[in-house]
Design a binder for this molecule. Structure first.
Ligand code: FMN
Ligand code: SF4
Length: 624
């Protein structure tokens, strides 16, 4: 092979077949040929691998486009034979483009000699394809299009519809993330009042590690007819709330569409359960239908903020005193993105939301990751007391995903020191959902629900506060078994976010952050929102709740109990290996009442308790 003879390539003054042949002269563009090069590295010429094809030689298509569109290197002609250049348009990669160009030319000639619509129509089509193929060749953003003009679009189309293909054609009952097809199906069936039974037997591998079950009784109890409720509100609460044991988890107006908020709230009203506003504010859509509201405020203090973004006590008081608001909740963190403020992508910040939140239109609305109303555990407790007072004595509490154990224990110490106790704490699991969050946060930050929940439950037992503080739990809870298990580990009630989204018709397409929700659940696009018909979907919300609570009542009765609050760790077992099964009572041992105050030796708590201080969240050096 001739060596490069010139250092700087001349610029083409024109191009034409002859010129192109000269330029591309001796090249062999086939991948086989690239692998035949003397001294070619292993894998050279294979797309995606590094070798002479891509690096120390050149990319054939780059050569073609360079020659076609201007910057030529005349020494290419010296390298390969003219035959190979002539065959280039007929190589597999370019054949579609070549065919389109040839057909376009043929149609042009045909039109010239015998004009007719029968020729004009296909000509327009092929001319459009020819333009697309040529643009593919010269554009510089997508390597695969430069190399496979026209045909590479098939790849992009398939990539686009890959989730649908997987979901509709390939997924088994147990496949699908974050929620398997099976789990979604049970929600859809209950929401639509369709048959929710399964034939033939379990599809779970009951001998696989991780399999869990509830112990049934030889003397089942009658199934309770009444929906199970619990009373939330400690001794300092003037207006305790009788809550359902299953409620709608926090999801903001903004993350969800107005119609979704309306349907959730109407369903909650009909079923006598609660609807958490999420941190996006207590909006007009929450108020329309009168369902019970838990008003959540986050670090953005939406619906109760001053112009500078700080908390406005007057606005909070005005909203919290509404009869519809049954509890007030301070959001510290959420499992899907703990330590990160709320995120509403700019695409969803419409004029209406911008006005409601007091932020610019179309710009990402990111709440601060920390609150301005407190800086220490003691101040946190004081703010909870403020919220309770401003709301007129309604249950006040906070929601968090557990991070550093000593920080939660610091809050426990603050409770003991100040004598201010929240009425409730909602523990959110790492596995919980979100409208939008960074991948690293959704995948790697925060304690999963079962560990976090059991930790909080035991910490409150350890400071003798468990009887005055109710615990809510959230994180992938959609079935009656999920609720029962959470209640056995310490929850008094459960919340579900995505479960209720499925009831609204969500198909888990996971494009909530793009404002292109196909079902109208999580979009601010007015046309897409109409897909969600409020009267129909509110019935489904109601049905899903009712059927799930009824299924829970059946489970509880089968375990020989009268109320889900009677469930304890001893009622559940988990296979921890192929040969070993452990009771939840062994896996999640319980502290004794007051054990933290007395000085515990339990390794899960002892050093974290020593490190915790009611005066700061900072990590303290461990006692020597
Ligand atoms: C669309 C969407 C929006 C959410 N918005 C909030 C929010 O504003 N505040 C909050 O505390 N949690 C929010 N969450 C988290 C849920 O309230 C809950 O903590 C978590 O999703 C529970 O998991 P689940 O979806 O598996 O039920 C949101 C979740 C989703 C799916
Ligand atoms: S259908 Fe898709 S985009 Fe809409 S709420 Fe469900 S997961 Fe989000």
């Amino acid at each position: 092979m001739a060596a490069r003879s010139r250092s700087a390539p001349p610029v083409c003054e024109h191009f034409g077949p002859k010129r192109l042949r000269q330029r591309l002269g001796a090249l062999d563009f086939s991948e086989k040929a690239a692998n035949r090069q003397p001294g070619a590295a292993k894998g050279a010429g294979i797309p995606g691998s590094r070798g002479p094809y891509e690096t120390d030689r050149f990319h054939p298509y780059d050569v073609a486009s360079a020659s076609l569109w201007g910057a030529c290197d005349s020494d290419f002609a010296d390298r390969e034979g003219p035959m190979r250049t002539l065959l280039l348009p007929f190589s597999a990669r370019f054949i579609a483009y070549t065919a389109v160009m040839v057909i376009t030319a043929a149609l042009l000639v045909e039109l010239y000699f015998s004009p007719s619509p029968m020729v004009a129509v296909p000509l327009v089509l092929f001319f459009a394809l020819a333009v697309i193929g040529t643009v593919d060749l010269i554009q510089t953003r997508h390597a695969v299009l430069r190399n496979y003009p026209l045909t590479a679009h098939i790849r992009f189309i398939l990539e686009e519809i890959r989730p649908e293909i997987r979901q509709y054609f390939l997924e088994s009952e147990k496949d699908g993330t974050p929620f398997s097809r099976d789990k979604r199906a049970i929600v859809y069936q209950r929401a639509k009042q369709a048959l929710d039974k399964r034939p033939f037997g379990t599809q779970d591998d009951v001998y696989a590690a991780g399999f869990e079950w509830l112990h049934h009784s030889m003397a089942p109890r009658p199934v309770a007819k009444e929906n199970a409720h619990i009373v939330i509100g400690g001794p300092d609460c003037a207006k305790p709330y009788a809550a359902s044991i299953f409620n709608i988890s926090a999801m903001s107006f903004g993350a969800l569409s107005p119609n979704a908020i309306r349907a959730l709230n109407t369903g909650a009203k009909k079923g006598n359960f609660a609807h958490d506003t999420g941190e996006g504010g207590y909006s007009a859509y929450h108020r329309e239908n009168g369902g019970d509201i838990i008003w959540e405020i986050g670090s953005g203090y939406f619906s109760c903020r001053n112009e500078d973004g700080s908390f406005c006590a007057e606005k909070f008081e005005a909203g919290a005193r509404s009869d519809q608001v049954k509890m007030v909740e301070l959001k510290l963190s959420q499992g899907a993105k703990p330590g990160h403020g709320g995120v509403l992508p700019g695409a969803k910040v419409t004029a209406e939301i911008a006005a409601a939140r007091g932020v610019p239109i179309g710009v990402d609305c990111v709440s601060p990751s920390r609150h301005s109303v407190f800086a220490t555990p003691i101040e946190l407790m004081q703010f909870i007391a403020t919220m309770r007072r401003l709301s007129g004595g309604k249950p006040a509490g906070f929601k968090l995903c557990i991070g550093h154990p000593w920080e939660f224990l610091a809050v426990c110490k603050a409770m003991v020191e100040t004598g201010i106790y929240p009425d409730f704490i909602v523990v959110d699991g790492k596995e919980g959902g979100t409208g939008a969050a960074p991948l690293e946060f959704t995948d790697h930050l925060g304690m999963p629900l079962r560990e976090g929940l059991n930790f909080v439950h035991n910490a409150l037992i350890g400071i003798n506060a468990r009887d005055r503080i109710k615990i809510g739990a959230s994180g992938k809870i959609v079935s009656a078994f999920d609720i029962a298990r959470a209640m056995a580990l310490g929850a008094d009630w459960c919340n579900s976010a995505r479960g209720f989204m499925f009831a609204l018709g969500c198909i888990q397409s996971q494009s909530c952050h793009t404002d292109r929700c196909p079902t109208g659940v999580s979009t601010q696009d007015r046309v897409r929102q109409r897909a969600l018909v409020v009267p129909d979907k509110s019935e489904r919300v109601y049905n899903f709740h009712r059927a799930t609570v009824e299924a829970l009542a059946e489970l509880v009765a089968a375990a020989g109990l009268d109320h889900p609050t009677e469930l304890t760790p001893a009622h559940f077992s988990r296979r921890v290996s192929a040969h070993e099964v452990k009771s939840f009572a062994e896996l999640y041992p319980q502290l004794k009442p007051g054990e933290l105050l007395a000085g515990t030796r339990d390794l899960r708590f002892a050093s974290a308790w020593d490190m915790a201080s009611a005066n700061e969240f900072r990590v303290l050096p461990m006692a020597a």
